[in-house]
Design a protein around this ligand. Structure first.
Ligand code: GLU
Length: 234
């Protein structure tokens, strides 16, 4: 009897999992959260989307049975990611999204599918900012709700003037204008900005990473057993 009950419970759970699916929505669309302004990773140009996160997202979506025309991309800026998953505004997120214990209290992650490291972006002719320990008295820019800004607050706050925006492209504008000394976030994000034609020869990544950022696929918390996303990543 007990076995039967457990079996019935398991079948119900399996059915619920089937119905819920992996980040499924009520219709046949999959709403995927990405960045819109991070060249090489998640970039919108008109109605085109490109970058590594987009490629991974499209691949995973295909493995889950969604055609390209069933995907709707939505911008998920760093400070809004957990909230947008919790409120159901997106089904999943591929947006340079580091897996952290604090975030795991609110959302679930599949992956990781990439490992980055926090670094610094400075003007090409800058010689004094050689790493995070050389930031005293400097104006540094990062993004609200990011692990990058949090690390600066936790480990390097003395003497550093941290300015926070909601996107990295706003930091890059300030760096290009010379109103700040450095931008900090993951090396791969900084490299994407440095490689943009408009910044050619003007900016450089310092190249001394000081964290490990494991990029995960953000999912609503009740989808954390979604093996399909992990299978696709594998
Ligand atoms: N990977 C870091 C994070 O998830 C920084 C990049 C970002 O803000 O997207 O906080």
């Amino acid at each position: 009897m007990r076995t039967k009950l457990i079996a019935a419970g398991t079948a119900a759970a399996a059915m619920a999992a089937l119905l819920t699916g992996c980040g499924s929505s009520d219709d046949d669309k999959l709403t995927i959260g990405i960045k819109f302004d991070q060249p090489g990773l998640g970039l919108r140009s008109g109605s085109d989307y490109s970058g590594f996160d987009i490629d991974v997202a499209r691949y995973v979506a295909k493995e889950l049975g969604y055609e390209a025309d069933q995907i709707e991309f939505k911008e998920t800026p760093s400070p809004q990611r957990e909230n947008m998953l919790q409120s159901g505004q997106v089904d999943m997120i591929f947006a340079t999204y580091s897996i952290t214990d604090a975030r795991k209290e609110k959302v679930a992650f599949a992956g990781p599918y990439f490992i980055a490291g926090q670094d610094l972006l400075v003007a090409a002719d800058n010689t004094d900012i050689t790493g995070p320990d050389a930031l005293d008295g400097k104006k540094l820019c990062s993004v609200q709700g990011s692990t990058s800004a949090q690390k600066v607050k936790d480990d390097y706050s003395t003497g550093v003037q941290l300015q926070e925006f909601d996107t990295y492209s706003k930091c890059i504008e300030q760096l290009a204008a010379g109103t700040i000394d450095a931008v900090t976030t993951d090396d791969i994000i900084l490299a994407g900005f440095a490689a943009q034609p408009a910044n050619a020869g003007k900016l450089k990544v310092v190249g001394s990473p000081f964290s490990e950022e494991k990029y995960g696929v953000g999912l609503p918390k009740d989808n954390d057993t979604c093996q399909k996303v992990n299978d696709a990543i594998t």
